[in-house]
Ligand binder design. Sequence first.
Ligand SMILES: [Zn+2]
Length: 412
Amino acid sequence: MNLEIDRNRLLSEIEALASFSEAEPPVVTRIVFTPADLKARAWMKARCEEAGLTVRYDAIGNTFARWSGSNPSAPVVGTGSHIDAIPNAGKYDGVVGVLGGLEAIRALQRSGFRPKHSIALLIFTAEEPTRFGIGCLGSRLLSGTLSPDAARKLTDKTGATLDQIRTRAGFGGKLEAVKLPSSYYKAFAELHIEQGPLLECDHIPLGIVTKIAAPASLRVLIEGSGGHAGGVLMPDRHDALCAASELILAIESAARTSGAIDTVATVGICEVFPGAVNSIPSQVRLSVDIRDTDLNRRDAVMQALETAARAISAKRQVSIHTELLNADAPGDCAPIVSDALSQSCVKHGLTFRSMVSRAYHDSLFIGRIAPVAMLFIPCRNGYSHRPDEYAAPDDIVRGTLVLAETLAALAA
Ligand SMILES: [Zn+2]
């Protein structure tokens, strides 16, 4: 089998997909079910059909593009990623796995390879949490990690429900039908940029992910009492922002002292009400994101947050209410897939390292119903989720080549 990646076509397709954006180039903003996302989906469908793939959508808009194998009833070998992008993002997050996956399939077709198991490209809906506040919406439903009832309660910031928005975007049908049986996939491999600096620092072109860190996110509402910044004296204050500050530092300290470098915690949103220079903050909303490769350590930070919240609430006489949005277990990658990836690297004389994914991906959830692994390529300075995100053409082509070889091995 002579595998050749069509480098120019792949790179020009990455540029073309980046043009579907709500922001001016080089910025990519592509929120799920907006006109830019729908145009990008239509363009992707046309590319998949050009390649002879059969395209279908499920009720949430997850897109399956299938190259039928000689045994069409055998479990599918899957690859894919997402094409939605957070505001002010770049061209490569998710896209490399989607267009690289498509090019891997085309390279296999050109080589004369005929799969026994069908090979299918999967474009996940809403990997990014921008619109509905929850990441990996499509893969959570595919894997049954999120129930259709819980999904129906999701709204965007205008108050429109998921059902209203998806129907308007042209995706009807029952959410109950989205979940895949655990026999559906033989294996699933996702190609992705690293979104961290390790491969670049070590000059290693490829990373094979063995474990995906466990994410948890919470919303915290702190209510104190407001008042005039001149009139209320310090002993009488119940300043919600001062309480929030203590809580933020307690969360940082819990992560720093967990005993492992893998523990990370971030307060990324702090909304202060009423937000006036001469008014004592009466209300603060925080978002908290905690991740670890070890579930117990991650949960210990969540416990520390609750303990600190109780203490701060008592000391400052403010109310602190925490709401858990999600707390997912870490995912272990499957040897059947990671071995196929490493053998493909060896076959093409490429060095690789095993690594942990600290960002979470759709593969974390597909891993609940299928053997998965991920293949990382370097990205410049580890930058991602920003317009200057960049992956070098050679790295994209290498990743696509190894992915193609891996899909062939798994689908033979
Ligand atoms: Zn991504």
